[in-house]
Design a protein around this ligand. Sequence first.
Ligand code: GDP
Length: 296
Amino acid sequence: MAFEGLSEKLQNVFKGLKGKGSLTESDINTAMREVKLALLEADVNFKVVKDFVAAVKEKSLGEEVMASLTPAQQVIKIVNEELTELMGGTGSKLTYSPKGFTVYLMVGLQGTGKTTTCGKLAAYLKKNGKKPMLCACDIYRPAAIDQLEVVGNSVETPVFTMRDSKEPEKIAAEAVKEAQRRGFNVLIVDTAGRLQIDEALMDELATIKSAVKPHEILLVVDALTGQDAVNAAEGFNEKLGIDGIIMTKMDGDSRGGAALSAKKVTGKPIKFVGMGEKLDALEPFHPERMASRILG
Ligand code: GDP
């Protein structure tokens, strides 16, 4: 599970603080140096770490904290609140179109887990009373369409395909019509991925975007790629505009830094985390719970 190393290190820092009773400014400075190192080792973006530690330090050195009977507890509370805020506060819920029919456009680089996540999202939506349909828009790799069909089958969700078409925006637009005609209320559009962000990919996604006007564009990134995941999020957001991030492979041994940096760097929240290869391994992302989990 991601964050294990970070969690252990932070818990050690706070154990040290708790053992002290009253705290001096120098105690706080030492602790914050250790927090900074722990975050950097977890692969959190340097600037994010700097701002984070500065904010925690300023609040911790406030009179109320220093004069309180349990200063260490107060510092931990501040770290918890700042971590929660860093990961997106409360603004990370998936939203549905008020019009009653919701389109999610799923984008991301190849291998990040996009197709699997489409299936996971369908399963999640079904559990929450929605009627989703999937749509295969990868016109380059027939195997990707096959894969989405397998995934759709596993979660008992129909998959719209037009195997002979080379126009993904038309496929997506037809899928919207078909889904509405058949009484579905969510369409999840899987798109082609690339090894890296390039103009052709962005143009194609922009064309699909204008054809179906998705309620949310969800970017799938792989936590194992660390800062590259954050850079990809920044790139997709600048070129296409995204509404949320789904961070996959958080069950792996990623150091977790991407999950901590993504919101601050891109301004867009993580909405879900992938916790395994199985199709039920998708969890809504709760910054507050994650912060508490990290701090133990
Ligand atoms: P795509 O190329 O982005 O469509 O990626 P795929 O959906 O084909 O996934 C690539 C690989 O990542 C597959 O082996 C998936 O089983 C795996 N995968 C996807 N999500 C997760 C996750 O949350 N955890 C783990 N451990 N593996 C994942």
